[in-house]
Design a protein around this ligand. Structure first.
Ligand code: 5MM
Length: 336
């Protein structure tokens, strides 16, 4: 796969006013989400829910692609259209989560490393055949007493870079996601420092592994005070700190940065993205790859009557996509 083709896909993922919907919850995570609203976590309910999301009318107005889970990329609509085909037919790029989740980092209590490199080349080859054109791997960095350690940050960066190199070899754009977790009583400056060190380590590893940045997308967390810190940061403070941190660590050759929502409210996730884009021009397009901040409202609505509420839930997905698409341009109007 040529770098030009990878770069073309990467640029399409962050096309002006468009972002990604993350629906790559593993079965354990989607069970938690379904349990929260009283939906039984059967394979058919997971399929029906993912169909609802992907078949939302005119979703591609604001959505360039979706990250799927292994089970989902093998599933089809009720009428038998494979989800990857449904997406491609509607102008959206299929993506696939390829990490195998986080595991305790031996010797470092409280810290985790993401696994999944063994056999990855063959899995990527299969996902490409199934229609995927980008992949995602998420590393988790926790903040707490004396953590994160440099060892944890570097181990995760190394795995992300090895994954990214394999993706490019197999023709998939790697979305690299080092998530600095919001939980904890740390202040916003600590989150800034941890995010800065994490991104420095990541880009050093990507360079060492010969990853072409022109064919790579960063999925970043925002710089926020810890959820139990009792601190409040204004929308402008979060946006300014996040932008400053990214500008001092992320090369301008990267085609784009998309954010995760990480447990922020729907409105906060949209407002922060909007503020960052209003503060531009920035070196790269800044867009979204939200999971919860794209889905929560729709899931709640659907759960009230899964047979009858499909269209209503889809209207909610469209509304969230529209708000975030406008925020990706710095044109979101809270009141509208
Ligand atoms: C959708 O959730 C993804 C994680 O799933 P597992 O924990 O089951 O592997 C997650 O990587 C997600 O893509 C990102 O964190 C963005 O989602 P949020 O909800 O943080 O925007």
């Amino acid at each position: 796969m040529s770098i030009e083709q990878l770069a073309e896909t990467a640029l399409a993922m962050v096309a002006p006013g468009k972002g990604i919907i993350a629906i790559d919850e593993s079965n354990a995570t989607i069970k938690k989400r379904f349990d929260g609203v009283g939906i039984e976590c059967t394979e058919e309910n997971r399929r029906a829910y993912r169909e609802l999301l992907l078949a939302t009318p005119k979703l591609s107005d604001y959505i360039s692609g979706a990250i799927l889970f292994d089970e989902t990329i093998r599933q089809s609509t009720r009428d038998g259209v494979p989800f990857a085909k449904l997406m491609a037919d509607n102008g959206m790029i299929p993506g696939i989560k390829v990490d195998k989740g986080t595991h305790a980092l031996a010797g470092f209590p409280g810290e985790v490393v993401t696994e999944g490199l063994d056999g990855l080349r063959a899995r990527l080859e299969e996902y490409y055949k199934l229609g995927a054109r980008f992949a995602k791997w998420r590393a988790v960095i926790n903040i707490g007493d004396d953590i994160p350690s440099g060892t944890c940050i570097d181990a995760n960066a190394h795995a992300l870079a090895r994954y990214a190199a394999l993706c490019q070899e197999q023709g998939l754009v790697p979305m690299v996601e080092p998530e600095v977790i919001m939980d904890g009583n740390h202040d916003i400056d600590t989150c800034y420092e941890v995010t800065e060190v994490t991104l420095r380590s990541l880009f050093a590893s990507l360079y060492e592994q010969n990853v072409m940045l022109e064919g790579t997308i960063l999925k970043a967390s925002m710089v926020l005070p810890g959820t139990t810190s009792g601190d409040d940061a204004s929308v402008e403070e979060v946006a300014a700190a996040t932008l400053q941190c990214l500008k001092s660590t992320v090369p301008a050759t990267l085609p784009g940065i998309v954010f995760l929502s990480g447990g922020q409210s729907d409105e906060a996730a949209t407002a922060h993205l909007d503020a960052m884009n209003r503060m531009g021009p920035n070196p790269w397009p800044l867009s979204f790859s939200y999971g919860r901040a794209m889905q929560s409202a729709a899931l709640k609505l659907w759960s009230q009557d899964i047979a009858r509420n499909v269209a209503q839930a889809q209207a909610t997905v469209y509304e969230r996509a529209r708000a975030n698409g406008l925020a990706a341009l710095g044109e979101w109007n809270k009141a509208a």
